[in-house]
Design a protein around this ligand. Sequence first.
Ligand SMILES: Nc1ncnc2c1ncn2[C@@H]1O[C@H](COP(=O)(O)OP(=O)(O)OP(=O)(O)O)[C@@H](O)[C@H]1O
Ligand SMILES: [Mg+2]
Length: 292
Amino acid sequence: MSAPVVLKARGLVRDYPGRGGILRAAPPFRALKGVDLTLARGQTLSVVGESGCGKSTLARILTLIDPFTDGTLEIDGESVDIARARPDAVLRRKVRIVFQNPYGSLNPRQRVGAALEDELALNTDLPAAARRERVGDMLERVGLTRDHAGRYPHMFSGGQRQRIAIARALMVHPAILILDEPVSALDLSVQAQVLNLLAALQREMGLAYVFISHDLSVVRRISDEVMVMRAGEVVERGPAEALFTAPEHPFTRQLLAATPSTDVDAIRSRLAARQAARADANTVTHDREMPE
Ligand SMILES: Nc1ncnc2c1ncn2[C@@H]1O[C@H](COP(=O)(O)OP(=O)(O)OP(=O)(O)O)[C@@H](O)[C@H]1O
Ligand SMILES: [Mg+2]
């Protein structure tokens, strides 16, 4: 039996209003031109494509941050269109987003524990003691410690901050995480650790991921399905392995050719070499990483 579909979009269109001049209004800009996608529980769908093709536009629509202009969207079988009606709290809790730069989305003057607790205060009726307990549990779950709750965002490394952003996204137990370039700002070895964490969380919690990236070497490693976008349209989609071994669309081939190495073994050995070099130097990294 196949896993239930948790996210389904058909013909998603997004127009951004054109900026009007004094004499005439500019026509709207169509950032998405009819995008379909289907994502089942526990699966990862990656969205790849060059800068400006509409990946973040899609991410914001799927996360119910921005409305779509046309098409349909279903979350866990329920139809949703924020331009028409505000979805209820239960539906809104089902999908959460993690951005590329957690520093931008974390308030520098707010302790991390309070930021995580806010998610629960805003979205649930849990009493304060239960909220704090859940914050501690979640920090541990993402490879941090309970007393990290008392620290401010600047007291963490980039990798740790991304763990905090992931923890915050998971506080309300969503079914779906939209990950918009979640590791692109991180050092290569830290990228691998955060990707491992995401994979473990997905297994443990049955999460469905929409993983947005321009880095095909990362995408190949973690995706079940991949869709390739260009200028607001999906030009190719398919199971990850098939798409990487036999890309059909010339644009996909072009993207693959532009990626330094999409060979998993090459990446693994590069990472191993780096880690060995670090161990040799006996340096203590800022990141406390998950034991694998
Ligand atoms: N608020 C907005 N108003 C008008 N145009 C916008 C707005 N946001 C995005 N766009 C335009 O829509 C297109 C898609 O942008 P989007 O941010 O979705 O691309 P992206 O694929 O995420 O790119 P990147 O890889 O650089 O993050 C771009 O041409 C962008 O300039
Ligand atoms: Mg983007």
